[in-house]
Design a protein around this ligand. Structure first.
Ligand code: XIL
Length: 388
């Protein structure tokens, strides 16, 4: 099929209305220089996730003027927390709902933030749209599924065009426990090459964007199989010449398995370097796409806890920033009270988690200082060649 373009979208009345109403002035109260300014001085960029509350509750950070202000002050990159996911963009198999994502993209553009797209294929059935469970695959399920996937990617990438500078094309296809490809209806009918199909479709429709494989393999013990599986996948994709530019390292650190969030993790810097050496040795760039530090297992005392988070984050960032292939660092939320981690396994002491750079009163925490110092100490990298 042909590409679904912005012009098609305009014809359907789906266009993003760039609203100057979102250009909130940046209050002077945030620390200077900003995290993005510190990042840019080294050839890096800094950004964060933001959400419209699409699924209700906590992720409605966009509705809070102070959140918009801290984003505007600190960030040069924005990623929609949920609004570009398949289930969010597609209320049913044939229509699109671009409105919530459009509002965030318009906010980014009004405030000089580049946009990362997250994500085109989240290879986990629990995050497929509800209607997909009863979707009729017809007599030729493989071609039906391929058409569905390719047309979705063409439509979404075509709609946003060069306004999205980097796409998480495939998210989390490696099983944390086994290191094998997760089994879904896509892999059942299309095999592991479903990943190649997704990347090829993204390259066709987003020729200038960075194309990323994104996953949560981490540096803590317990991630060995996950790391091996991701490295194998990247190696296979390279052999098959799939158009993958970078590995997105989600960086939900602190726990040995970000899906289970058990305790405060034990880092394995040597093994982690070996993994990153493997990835970069294959020629891939790196991006930190969803950074936060889960404080489960750290003390109740706020100062001690914030120091624990900051020290752990600093060690992680210093290691990551030693790779010149790393050019973008995004946190998964700037302010504690909007963090998705508040909705997952609670701390035993019942206190809210403190996993992001700012507390609920918009005061910068030790974590913010750790990021600032890590950027200030990072080796400068050469300007990026592609994808802005
Ligand atoms: C999370 C969001 O933060 C939640 O609001 C939502 O309910 C579930 O997804 N890895 C990813 C992100 O790739 O998309 C996830 O975001 C966090 C883990």
């Amino acid at each position: 099929m042909g590409l679904f373009t912005r012009r098609d979208a305009l014809a359907l009345g789906l266009a993003a209305a760039a609203s100057p109403a979102f250009a909130d002035p940046a209050p002077a109260s945030f620390p200077q220089p900003s995290l993005d300014a510190l990042a840019r001085a080294k050839g890096l960029r800094f950004g964060s996730a933001i959400g419209t509350g699409l699924k209700g509750g906590r992720t409605a950070s966009f509705g809070d003027p102070q959140y918009r202000a801290v984003m505007t002050a600190e960030c040069g990159l924005l990623v929609c927390e949920n609004e570009m996911k398949w289930y969010a963009l597609r209320p049913d198999a044939t229509s699109f709902q671009f409105g919530p994502a459009d509002r965030l993209v318009a906010f980014a553009e009004a405030n000089h933030m580049a946009v990362r797209g997250h994500n085109l294929l989240w290879q986990r059935p629990d995050y497929f749209p509800k209607w997909f469970a009863s979707f009729d695959l017809g007599a030729r399920p493989a071609s039906t599924l391929e058409r569905l996937l390719v047309s979705h990617i063409h439509a979404v990438c075509g709609y946003y065009g060069d306004r999205v500078i980097s796409w998480d094309v495939v998210n989390e296809t490696i099983d944390h426990d086994t290191g094998k490809m997760r089994d879904t209806v896509f892999t059942q009918y299309l095999g592991p090459e479903v990943i190649d199909i997704a990347f090829a479709a993204a390259r066709e429709a987003a020729p200038h964007a960075q194309l990323v494989y994104n996953d949560y393999m981490g540096w803590e013990a317990g991630n060995e199989r996950h790391r091996d599986g991701v490295l194998q996948l990247l190696s296979d994709l390279k052999t098959r010449k799939a158009p993958v530019d970078a590995l997105g390292v989600q960086s939900h650190i602190g726990a040995d398995n970000p899906d289970k969030f058990d305790g405060f993790g034990k880092s394995q810097p040597t093994q982690w370097r070996a993994f990153l050496d493997g990835v970069t040795g294959l020629g891939f760039d790196l991006a930190i796409t969803e950074f936060d530090v889960n404080d489960l297992g750290l003390p109740t005392d706020v100062a001690a806890r914030d120091k624990g988070v900051a020290d752990y984050a600093r060690a992680y960032l210093d290691l990551m920033l030693s790779y010149p292939q790393l050019k973008d660092v995004l946190v998964w939320g700037v302010v504690d009270k909007y963090s998705w981690l508040q909705d997952l396994k609670p701390r035993p002491d019942g206190t809210p988690k403190r996993p992001t750079p700012y507390d609920g009163d918009y005061q910068p925490k030790a974590f913010r200082t750790a990021i600032a110092e890590a950027f200030a100490n990072a080796p400068a990298r050469t300007p990026r060649s592609a994808a802005g």
